[in-house]
Design a protein around this ligand. Structure first.
Ligand SMILES: [Zn+2]
Length: 115
């Protein structure tokens, strides 16, 4: 399978992944619900985020395990990277990709609201 390319609403942040995930995550925590997040996980070494550094806005999330990134121009929530979380995993918002690519993936519901 060729690399898959996604991008934020305005295109300033592009994300390249080697393949589809085997499932996508839907979480019921407040942040995920309000941002419309549906995620896939990869090893950071397999993912390419192409953006000018000044375009990316990072926000360290509540318990400081990950940094949530969004595009400063259009606001799209694009990905997260581990801070104190295990370094072998990062999350990508599948909504940056064409829905036909990911909408039929099995959904794994995560009860983040109870964490
Ligand atoms: Zn953007």
């Amino acid at each position: 399978m060729p690399d898959m390319k996604g991008q934020c609403h305005c295109g300033a942040v592009q994300i390249i992944i080697p393949s589809l995930p085997t499932e996508r995550i839907e979480c019921n925590c407040s942040w995920c619900r309000k941002s419309g997040w549906t995620g896939g996980y990869w090893n950071p070494s397999a993912v390419k985020v192409v953006a000018k550094p000044e375009v990316l806005n990072g926000r360290v999330q509540g318990d400081k395990t990950i940094t949530l990134w969004n595009c400063k121009i259009c606001g799209s929530h694009t990905h997260w990277t581990p801070l104190t979380a295990p370094p072998e995993r990062m999350g990508i918002n599948m909504r940056m990709f064409d829905p036909t690519d990911w909408q039929d993936l099995p959904v794994r519901k995560v009860d983040g609201a109870s964490f």
